[in-house]
Write a protein that binds this ligand. Structure first.
Ligand code: DX5
Ligand code: ZN
Length: 216
């Protein structure tokens, strides 16, 4: 059976004690660390910049999964790469040359992903699939942690996975938003390879148990 990766989202961590929370999820068996970058323009919230990524790079060896919810990813991806990102995912809904940005990110020998909001159809990214390492399917409207999973995204995950399998693309499917022990299994059955989970993990009293419960 393939290994399902768990990527705790630090958006729900205690920002006054980020080092402790990151070390705790690392010790608890997290595979990746999901870092939500918001600019107050693409989404109505402001979060983490490259300096914070650089600081936390020093305290963990976890794979940094950087989710850029920003209007101009082409201006900032190099800063996040320099700060220690291992994967940079930007949104399909930004008005830029996406194929070029994927290629530019990959010139740094890091992984490139694209994310689609709930209203965006897979047909809009199909042409990009051969170049992508990952597609991030948003299962809530991006902007905030702690929202409820949108059940109608399951069909999208299934359709995406079947296209990837059909053409044997080397592309992971990641889901993000409202992932808990109930919704995780539904997503994995639909074809998800990577589970982002913020509030479910960080609001629990036992990070190891909550991380394990996502892939049971
Ligand atoms: C929302 C972010 C998510 C968020 C998930 O825009 O992209 O990564 O942190 O949080 P939960 O798991 O609480 O829905
Ligand atoms: Zn995210």
């Amino acid at each position: 059976m393939k290994k399902i990766l768990v990527a705790p989202s630090i958006l729900s961590a205690n920002f006054a004690n980020l080092e402790k929370d990151i070390q705790m999820v690392e010790d608890a068996g997290a595979d990746w660390l999901h870092i939500d970058v918001m600019d107050g323009h693409f989404v109505p919230n402001i979060t983490i910049g490259p300096d914070i990524v650089k600081s936390i790079r020093k305290i963990t060896n976890l794979f940094f999964d950087v989710h850029l919810m920003i209007s101009e990813p082409q201006k900032y991806y190099q800063d996040f790469k320099k700060s220690g990102a291992n994967l940079i995912t930007f949104h399909n809904e930004v008005d830029i040359n996406k194929k070029k940005l994927i290629q530019d990110i990959k010139t740094y020998n890091i992984k490139a992903g694209i994310s689609i909001k709930p209203k965006t159809n897979i047909s809009e990214i199909e042409d990009l699939l051969p170049y992508l390492d990952l597609v991030l399917v948003m299962t809530v409207e991006p902007g905030f942690g702690g929202q409820s999973f949108m059940d109608d995204m399951i069909g999208k995950i299934k359709d995406l996975k079947s296209i990837i399998n059909k053409y044997k693309y080397n592309c992971l499917v990641e889901v993000d938003g409202g992932i808990n022990n109930q919704t995780a299994i539904v997503c994995v059955n639909a074809g998800a390879d990577v589970l982002v989970s913020g509030s479910y993990i960080f609001s629990s009293t036992n990070f190891k148990k909550s991380i394990e419960s996502l892939t049971l």
